[in-house]
Design a protein around this ligand. Structure first.
Ligand code: MG
Length: 349
């Protein structure tokens, strides 16, 4: 019935006095329409959960479900780190100013929407890649959306503002004059790796520069880089977001992020000193440092990768293992399964 009605001209539906709206008291929609790919929901499925209400506050303000990474305050600097320690970038008039090495988030992000506002230095100095160069990195410095003063500044196309550096020039040049605030709204899809560490799907980027689409879901060939191409290295799906210090005092403000995809436990990239304090031989096994802020635990001869879920707690993605570290007491509480009362206490040698 519904299927044939769906194919009938609207005029016929109206003439017969039929309404496509659901009967009173029922959730709007249908349950006998064709199944959508994935096999979970029908077309217009009345049981499908409604989108969560999110309030947008307009220009310059983060929507209600965003995590604000920088709002101009000194307090928001705690979301960032430099070389595993305190953030070295300075705040001037509510804006972060590039200087002191790359600046990366303490939190790690997989698929997400990132909003960034930036301004190139004025008056402009130098030219090409030397003018107002910075960058927005995903994957902890691996994948760069170029920040550059591209206003009357000739450079190679795939190094322009809003290029995926070394891979994709922006579709158009929307650059504003140096000193003016510009926006990037970026949709990042992290690359995926299978259990053996082989590439399962490539990274993707969509970028709006000052509200104009300049990258349309492009597929990255690998990490971005200068005068070269690098294959995808295996890394966690979630990694810090970072801003590049390229020696030019580019400013940033109003930085916020919205997690996309399936939210799960938060992940963090901890400073090297903290990771070193956890790694080592314990009386019941050992923890080993891995690249990208990860640890591994040797459980009965099987190495399992652990991700940081807080400054002290780690968890495995592949098994139900959690570890709570207490570096001062040189202890690790190792839990397999949900029963925390049965945590094994490991003492560091
Ligand atoms: Mg750059």
């Amino acid at each position: 019935m519904h299927r044939s009605l769906a194919l009938a001209p609207l005029s016929l539906v109206a003439a017969l006095g039929l309404a496509l709206a659901p009967q009173q008291g029922q959730a709007p929609g249908y349950t006998d329409t064709p199944l959508l790919p994935g096999g979970e929901w029908h077309v217009h499925d009345s049981r499908r959960p409604s989108p969560v209400a999110v309030q947008s506050f307009g220009c310059g303000k983060a929507p209600s479900d965003a995590i604000v990474l920088f709002d101009g305050s000194e307090a928001s600097l705690f979301a960032w780190q430099s070389d595993g320690g305190a953030a070295k970038w300075k705040i001037e008039q509510g804006a972060l100013v590039a200087g002191g090495g790359n600046l990366s988030t303490r939190g790690a992000w997989g698929d997400c929407q990132l909003h960034v506002e930036w301004a190139a230095p004025t008056p402009p100095q130098s030219d090409s890649q030397g003018r107002g160069n910075s960058g927005v990195f995903f994957g902890f410095g691996r994948y760069e959306v170029q920040v550059l003063d591209s206003y009357n500044n000739k450079t190679y196309a795939d190094g322009s503002a809003a290029s995926v550096y070394g891979q994709y020039p922006p579709l158009v040049n929307v650059a504003l004059a140096p000193g003016q605030w510009q926006t990037y709204d970026i949709v990042w899809t992290a690359p995926r790796f299978d259990a053996e560490g082989k590439l399962a799907s490539k990274a993707r980027l969509t970028v709006l520069h000052n509200g104009v689409v300049v990258q349309n879901n492009v597929e990255l060939t690998g990490p971005t880089g200068w005068v070269g191409r690098v294959p995808y290295p295996t890394h966690p799906e979630r990694m810090p977001i970072a801003f590049q210090d390229h020696g030019n005092p580019v400013r940033y403000r109003n930085v916020w992020v919205r997690e996309l995809g399936n939210p799960r436990q938060k992940e963090f990239m901890l400073p090297d000193a903290v990771l070193d304090s956890y790694a080592g031989e314990y009386n019941k096994g050992k923890f080993t440092r891995l690249p990208d802020g990860l640890l591994s635990i040797d459980l009965g001869g099987v190495d399992t990768v652990l991700h940081a879920g807080s400054p002290t707690r780690f968890y495995a993605l592949t098994t139900d293992v959690q570890v709570e570290f207490d570096a001062e007491k040189k202890l690790a509480l190792v839990t397999v399964g949900d029963d925390f009362s049965r945590a094994m206490q490991w003492e560091k040698k």
